[in-house]
Design a protein around this ligand. Structure first.
Ligand SMILES: [Mg+2]
Length: 291
């Protein structure tokens, strides 16, 4: 049976729409500066050493920002900085909570859009699909970036929307008590999800990401029957794509560039998606789905 045409593309933002190699060194410097301004007194050597330890343990160890492993600890500079800072606190037996250092470093080292972002968005819209950006980053930040990109493209402005603050890293059940907005049929799709995939890494790859599920429902105007015509594109398989695939959507893995390259287990997971999974190194690789 031929697949439904793609009528929605759900895009991750960081690393999927943006160029991480252009900014990661600056981001990591700014993170260290913020760490020290918050009173933690970390030397450049200690900071580098912590990053090396995190890298050496990735992807077997997972990002624990919300209490369960949610992505490889060195999948991108934002996750790696958070994990390196937490490692330093553990090594020092410093029990102070890590302050929010990311937000200012992230905004000050804003990653440029991929060179082919605007042309790719334009082509997707020409094919009759709309684009929704669903990311962990803030809706306000991404909306600001998007309005600059689309400044001269009023034809695209109402075809590309942002449904962010998605909390994809939260391994959790649906929020309760439910406000009556989620249909029994949609809730049943979440309930039917397996807890995790096992066997690719020593740790499980968790699928039940309740916050992300709710963000996807909002992105699809509360109609999960639209999943069969939805393509998800992201650069971290387990966080962006594993659950959407399990829910029946098509998925596209964008290869991460050095020094945060895509891991072999992600390629194996993608290969197991068969005809519902593809990958590319450039964003315009997404257009293959429309041929
Ligand atoms: Mg990403």
């Amino acid at each position: 049976m031929p697949a439904d045409p793609v009528t929605q593309v759900v895009l991750d933002f960081d690393g999927t729409c943006t160029q991480i190699p252009a900014i990661y060194e600056r981001y990591l410097e700014l993170f260290l500066k913020g760490f020290n301004e918050a009173g933690f007194n970390v030397s450049a050597e200690e900071w580098l050493e912590a990053q090396e330890i995190v890298r050496a343990h990735s992807p077997e160890e997972g990002w624990m920002v919300a209490g369960s492993p949610a992505a490889p600890v060195a999948a991108d500079p934002y996750i790696m900085a958070n994990e390196a800072a937490q490692l330093i606190l553990r090594q020092r037996r410093d029990t102070r909570p890590l302050p929010n250092i990311n937000a200012s470093a992230y905004a000050a080292a804003a990653a440029p859009w991929r060179d082919d972002a605007l042309d790719t968005f334009s082509a997707i819209v020409t094919h009759g699909a709309r684009i929704i950006i669903v990311s962990n980053s803030s809706s306000a930040f991404i909306s600001g970036r998007l309005s600059l990109l689309l400044e001269t493209r009023t034809d695209l402005q109402d075809k590309i929307t942002v449904q962010s603050d998605a909390g994809k890293f939260r391994i959790c059940e649906l929020s309760w008590p439910d406000s009556g907005t989620i249909s029994a049929q949609d809730a049943a799709r979440f309930t039917a999800l397996p807890v995790a995939y096992q066997g690719l890494l020593k740790r499980p790859l968790y699928l039940r990401r309740g916050a992300y599920f709710e963000a996807i429902r909002r992105a699809l105007a509360d109609d999960l029957s639209a999943l069969s015509g939805t393509l998800f594109c992201g650069d971290i398989f387990e966080m962006d794509l594993a659950m959407p695939f399990a829910l029946g959507a098509r998925v596209h893995l964008l290869d991460r560039a050095e020094p945060f390259s895509t891991y072999d287990y992600e390629r194996c997971a993608l290969a197991a998606c068969g005809s519902r999974g593809r990958n590319s190194t450039e964003l315009h690789g997404l257009l293959e789905w429309f041929k």
